[in-house]
Write a protein of this length. Sequence first.
Length: 411
Amino acid sequence: MHLFARRSTRRSNRLQFETLDARCMMTADHQILAVSDDGWDWGHYEAEHAEHEEWESHSSGNHGGSVYVGDFNGDGTDDVASRGDDGIWNVQASGPTGYKSTSWGKWSTAAGWSEIKVGDVNGDGRDDLVGRTRSGSWWAAESTGSQFTNSAWGNWSSRVTWDDVNLADVDNDGDDDLVGRTRSGTWWVGESDGDRFVNQVWGQWSGQQIWDDVSIADVNGDGRDDIVGRTGGTWVVAKSDGNHFANESWGSWSNRVRWDDVSVADVDGDGRDDILGRSNGRWWVANSDGQRFHNELWGQWSTQVNWEDVTIVDIDDDGHDDVVGRSGNQWYAARSSTDRFVNQSLGAWVNAGPNARFLVGNFATNPPTAASIAAAVSDDGPLHDLNDDHGGLNGTSDDSHTGVDDSGHHG
Ligand SMILES: [Ca+2]
Ligand SMILES: [Ca+2]
Ligand SMILES: [Ca+2]
Ligand SMILES: [Ca+2]
């Protein structure tokens, strides 16, 4: 499953919704959406309760295995794009009346696409898609708001192996740029000029070492995206000055334990991205002070269950990123209270079929409700009302037999 949580979309939503009136609209955030091949549906998360809200079920076509979350029509809420076996891009645009599924364009079925990424490469506020062909050409499907316009944006050699390819705005000009590292360790940036990617060498990491958890993060909060990665336990930051990356050691995590769900999140809401990860059930945060990471124990989840779909989202719109995840059909949140996580049950998702796939994003709900959302889909027959006896997202606070172990909090 390809899951793509859009960090920059969330950031831009926050910026857009700064007026008081608009804050009401922020309630249309934080959904968990489940997708299957024959339709979808969702509930919303509301204060202490997670309630299901049954909407129309829409055919979502053949996903071809991958779905991409982004705000493709630029209305401030996330949509879902998928590409079928016929090469056609289908966008499920989320809006106040539900999802509208339309064809937005087509990519060749013979090009051998890889590294398909979501971002706003031309800075117009609408998310676009980029992908690279087998021969190394980068193409962008630029959103017009209702369809994609395809054009060639650049080329990266197909003779070298590229690692950790991402879209990120490394120069803070509002256009998402391409970043990627060759196997020999050179960081290349395809800097977007709004029409194409201009290739430049920005930095160098050792090609001899193993790099784990390489991610995009603006660790010093200057608006320029940086890159973080861990090698031999040391967290290295490739810090952008707008023209190149400077390598700095920011901290370390033990490399003798296993780390799960390592993610970038601004858990304390100070505008600087932090890193979190779970080891032996404990959530540790590498908290950025703008110059280095400070390791802090923030919470604990049970080690007795299998956690899936663990995703960063600011579920309560307080500016502090939270963590959501599920164990079976039970959804939980580790909610940031500025300096630690508080575990919370979001309820159960009872009627999504075994093949249902879940997405977390800022999908629209109708009507907008306070601190919204969670959504699901069934792939095994008619949808049931999740508020009925089947349980559904009944948001009970009964944590007694949940997978969450609340005992591990410090402080
Ligand atoms: Ca765009
Ligand atoms: Ca840029
Ligand atoms: Ca930065
Ligand atoms: Ca932070």
